[in-house]
Design a protein around this ligand. Structure first.
Ligand code: SF4
Length: 414
């Protein structure tokens, strides 16, 4: 199939790293063949991150699936009192974090009994009045073989429903306790929608609320809750949810406070290509503003396109978009977002096979080991027990001709 002069012109702009307009993006998205989008996206990916494919050792904590909102596309929410609802106490969250991180209490001075402070099999010392909580050090090479993943987790990702009963102090305490158990991991916590709700409820400004959480140990913010920014569409699919303006207010303030964030887009439901481009364009403009005013590391680190999955929600009848559409969306995200460094193919959402393919369409990150700790996509039709070993990740990157690089939350290689 021949390529039109117009497509050729736009493709040259992309190859020369010249920013394309929303109108040009629409032409490319509608008319360019899949192979060309892949080629352009990979070209840009390799200019940004070379042959690296990033991943981290992480696990999620989902404190509750009870939510004051009721989005049409949500498969995760349950009403308060439902037998399928959960709402973990702070103690239960501590137990989850201890289990996932392999942490246990250890004596500050084990010399008295000769017992290793990091011996997980050892009984707790009787003289246990003064204890500290430490993550295991383990053997990095052993873990790299791919069996045990969460020990040495460098990130704890906390998101969930917007529970009506909890207040800001509960969330501050949650972060403190998580950080206390696994101090070497970064706590990346709460979508902008959760943050906006808990902060407003406390009667604080967004800045004041974020500062409180930041002091407790929140070091990064995930990208969820963005859905699709177009206000008319948002009124249809998530009418009572926090607004686009609220989402941006939280991210803008976070960047100003030096807290890096991610951004997502829920695609493949009732939106058009114009809505997707508008979404990407608003992010690109915000990133311009944030990076102009602050250092790049405290702006958007990564963009994550999230495919609408249609199991168990009120929009199930509309079906799901094709894999070709997934790959085009990924490639167009890499092409359009010339100022957001990383594009993530969230493997929990795509599944492992499509994630491998996604590496040929501009993704340079696949998220992390997860360790069967998230139910959000499982409840919408994804893998029931999502877990990826480091060995699998390394193979996946290698199959695509790249090198897997372990990173921390801030994309520093480890
Ligand atoms: S805010 Fe999140 S958890 Fe609540 S209903 Fe909407 S998508 Fe579901």
């Amino acid at each position: 199939m021949g390529i039109s002069k117009e497509i050729e012109r736009i493709a040259h702009k992309v190859s020369d790293d010249i920013r394309i307009t929303p109108a040009e993006a629409l032409v490319l998205w509608r008319e360019a063949p899949l192979w060309l989008l892949g080629e352009l996206a990979v070209g840009r990916k390799e200019r940004v991150s070379g042959t690296n494919v990033f991943y981290n050792r992480n696990f999620h904590v989902e404190p509750t699936n009870v939510c004051v909102f009721n989005c049409e596309f949500c498969s995760y929410r349950r009403p308060k009192g439902s037998p399928e609802a959960w709402d973990y106490s702070l103690e239960e969250i501590e137990t989850i974090v201890r289990e996932k991180s392999g942490s246990k209490k250890a004596c500050k001075d084990s010399s008295a009994c000769g017992q290793s402070a990091l011996d997980l099999a050892a009984p707790q010392c009787e003289a246990d009045g003064d204890v500290q909580v430490v993550p295991p050090l383990g053997d990095k090479q052993e873990a790299a073989k791919g069996d045990v993943l969460s020990p040495q987790a460098t990130e704890v990702h906390i998101v969930g429903g917007v529970h009506p009963d909890h207040d800001l102090h509960y969330y501050v305490e949650m972060i403190r306790r998580v950080k206390n158990i696994i101090p070497t991991a970064t706590v990346k916590a709460f979508t902008a929608i959760e943050l906006s709700y808990m902060i407003r409820k406390a009667g604080l400004s967004v800045t004041e609320g974020l500062q409180l959480l930041q002091r407790a140990g929140m070091e990064a913010i995930p990208g969820g809750g963005a859905e699709i920014f177009d206000e008319t569409l948002r009124a249809k699919i998530c009418p009572d949810k926090g607004s686009t303006a609220e989402w941006f207010e939280v991210h803008r303030e976070a960047h100003r406070l030096g807290i890096p964030t991610n951004a997502t887009m829920l695609y493949g439901h009732v939106e058009t290509l114009e809505h997707r481009i508008d979404h990407l364009d608003r992010l690109r403009r915000q990133q311009d503003e944030s990076t102009l005013l602050h250092v790049e590391q405290s702006a958007f680190n990564a963009f994550i396109p999230l495919k609408y999955r249609n199991r168990n929600n009120r929009m199930s009848d509309i079906g799901e978009v094709s894999v070709v559409e997934d790959l085009k969306t990924l490639a167009m995200s890499r092409i359009y977002l010339d100022n957001i460094p990383h594009i993530k193919a969230y493997w929990v959402m795509y599944g492992k096979t499509i994630t491998e393919l996604a590496l040929a369409f501009g993704a340079d990150d696949i998220d992390g080991t997860i360790d069967d700790s998230t139910k959000i996509y499982s409840m919408a039709g994804g893998d029931a027990n999502p877990t990826m070993t480091v060995a699998e990740i390394e193979r996946m990157a290698q199959n695509a001709g790249y090198t897997a690089v372990e990173r921390d939350t801030f994309y520093n290689a480890i």
